[in-house]
Write a protein that binds this ligand. Structure first.
Ligand SMILES: [Zn+2]
Length: 380
């Protein structure tokens, strides 16, 4: 019996089987490293100024270097770069590049920001949709760290509908393989250790100005569940129930609202996620997505390539539904040799490939190094 027949007979997805999650204790003959389906990705920041010929050339380089799928940033919390009927729109960049990428043999996954919303009209009309910190300040008035940290509250059905509309529009676009969620989380209650000096702050514990969401809907729902008003917790970071409550708000949005919309449209769904997931209340090990691209930007965590490999291994093991994990590399932080080493070590750790942040940050030397590393992997 080959893998496909086995999968069909069991009525199970290949992804679940590959991770051995559904039949614990049974060793499946095809669950070997060589049969893991490898895929290499590249995020592409919004660029509406390059010509179709520029993209043709760049896509050829990407494909030639071993990239299988691209993630163009087509919604950045302010403007959509596809023909949206509910968001402010710029040029329909996505529609321009889909046929060019497909011609080059690349999958296209639309990269959208999820929870931040910097559309003035929404901020003005629906300020109550936005998260509130433990000082009672709305992120529309006092966003944490940077001006664009205006996050929507994941407890509100109006917010599910708003974000769901974007996913729904993308899910109807021909030629698009998947929808890729970014910023699908709360604001960072604690920034990665390597980033704190950049903002001149020390976060040795959870401080109230960075701790969300204490809006009326969240407070009321938690009170109903637990009998406790979270605003009255002495040290909210000590309350596992309050943390769980917030993990579940995001997990519900992903698993029960957004994923079914994408799948109904025949699209895959993936997400860019955090290694320090607790600090952004993003329990992605419990999400049912088709793949995860953790942003393993080592320098932000005072780590190197070894750290990237170690995190990849932990994240692969932690997946409840066994989805593939593709290690996100901040290629500006890595030398060509380190990129090659990251490809090799993350694969050894159980990762299904890497994702480059970003295509624009790659140099000729880095593309060449990536290419030989991927070729080596393919040879086994
Ligand atoms: Zn809230």
């Amino acid at each position: 019996m080959n893998r496909r027949e086995f999968t069909r007979l069991m009525g199970l997805s290949g992804v679940s089987l590959a991770a051995g999650k559904i039949l614990p204790g049974i060793r499946l003959p095809f669950n070997t490293r060589n049969e893991r389906h490898m895929k290499q990705w590249a995020w592409i920041g919004t660029d509406v100024n390059s010509s179709p010929d520029d993209w043709k050339r760049r896509f050829a380089v990407m494909r030639e270097s071993g990239i299988d799928a691209i993630l163009p940033e087509i919604y950045n919390s302010r403007q959509a770069f596809y023909r949206s009927s509910h968001l402010p729109t710029g040029q329909p960049w996505l529609e321009t590049i889909i046929p060019l990428a497909k011609e080059a043999g690349l999958e296209v996954h639309g990269w959208m920001w999820t929870m931040p919303c910097n559309i003035d009209e929404i901020v003005d009309k629906h300020p109550e949709w936005f998260v509130v910190n433990r000082l009672g300040e709305s992120s529309t008035v006092k966003p944490a760290y940077v001006k664009y940290y205006k996050f929507l509250c994941p407890s509100r059905p109006e917010v599910w509908e708003f974000v769901g509309k974007t996913v729904s529009e993308l899910s109807q676009i021909d030629g698009l393989t998947g929808v890729h969620l970014d910023y699908v989380r709360y604001p960072d209650v604690i920034l990665p250790i390597g980033l704190q000096p950049r903002y001149n702050i020390v976060q040795d514990r959870e401080y109230p100005q960075y701790d969300y969401c204490y809006c009326d809907v969240c407070r009321d729902s938690f009170k109903k569940e637990s009998g406790i008003d979270p605003m009255k917790l002495g040290d909210p970071s000590e309350s596992e129930a309050w943390k769980e409550f917030r993990y579940k708000r995001i997990t519900h949005l992903v698993n029960d609202v957004l994923l079914p919309i994408a799948h109904k449209g025949g699209k895959k769904m993936t997400a860019a996620v955090f290694p320090n997931w607790k600090d952004v209340r993003q329990q992605w090990s419990q999400w049912k997505l088709d793949g995860f691209l953790p942003m393993l930007y080592a320098a932000y965590y005072n780590g190197g390539v070894d750290w990237i490999a170690k995190k990849t291994g932990e994240e692969v093991k932690s997946q409840r539904y066994g989805a593939p994990v593709y290690s996100g590399l901040s290629v500006g932080q890595l030398s060509p040799e380190e990129i090659a080493e990251a490809v090799r070590l993350t694969s050894k750790a159980g990762g299904s490939g890497v994702s480059l942040f970003s295509a624009q940050a790659m140099s000729e030397k880095k593309w060449a190094s990536l290419k030989s590393a991927i070729e080596l992997l393919k040879k086994g």
